[in-house]
Design a protein around this ligand. Sequence first.
Ligand code: BGC
Length: 356
Amino acid sequence: MNIIKNVAVAVAASIALSAVSLSAYAQDKGVIGISLPDKTESRWITDGKSMVDALKAKGYSADLQYANYDVPTQVNQVENMLAKGVKALVIAPIDGKTFSDALALAQQKGIKVISYDRLISQTKNVDYYATFDNYGVGVLQGQSIVAAWQKAGSKTPFNVEVFGGSSDDNNAHMVYAGGMSVLKPYIDNGKFVIRSKQVAFEKVATRNWDGATAQSRMDNLLSAFYGNNRLDAVWTPNDAIAIGVISSLKGVGYGSAQQPMPVVTGQDADLQNVKGIIRGDQTTTVFKDTRKLAGITADIVDDALTGKPVPVNDTKSYNNGAKIVPTYLVKPILVDKDNWQPELVTSGYYTQAQLK
Ligand code: BGC
């Protein structure tokens, strides 16, 4: 009896010991620096949390920092991470061009650099890029305007206005190119009319994807071009911009039975925008499952640091001005009032209660 008891105690002790050594090992793989642009959009908060969890599951700890949409702050944070001895850097740059010096140092120290969601440009010192198919995001947005026009009978032209993202963010250009690939033929043949004539990217870009900036541009467009004319659709490239545009539209009376909301597109499936889709304020958004992107990024970090083959599925689309960066693209999904439930709730991205 005693022997059995002692054996049981010894086994339990050795299990406990191996648990201790396992968790000690878990801490052993080092710290990964994660630098994200800002906390005002819920997506970046989810990105950060998912990445910390995914890295932890692989035995790393994370130094996660947000840069408050301020370029010098972000560069500083990355430099501090380098000084503290991180093993790898995961960076979603505010301005893709600002990291050449810091990353030259990372290269010298043998630190792996992963560009996250947004492309770091003008430097060879980026090892991998993990992002969504940004061109595909624009295509989905464009298609949702065309689908609404077809649903309205395709007889009379649609009055459409165009918004772009931040010109220092490569994604903004990719999304614009994707959307224009769908919309341009309709603009050229007069099915879609842009009364303001503001359509070139430089004319429609929105610095830092800022909703308030978009709101004031929308106010100006409405008062200058839509006095007696209905606006049928607004191509908004992300959810933050959609929020600004929607409040401007509501300010002049859209959103009633007599004056229904125009089509408004988006990107990110941010919480308040999904609520807006359920209410009928916003037509579509593009869901980018940041849990998947974070998981892939943790795989890339771990494989690169342990010398394993790194997962990439695109080796030609992302030229950063100094090299073509090997990339893993995750597929975006269009979400509207008909599929938000399976895509966002059944998938566990949000709870039903959050969307009340
Ligand atoms: C991201 C979008 C995001 C935007 C503003 C882009 O780089 O791809 O998901 O809405 O930045 O933060």
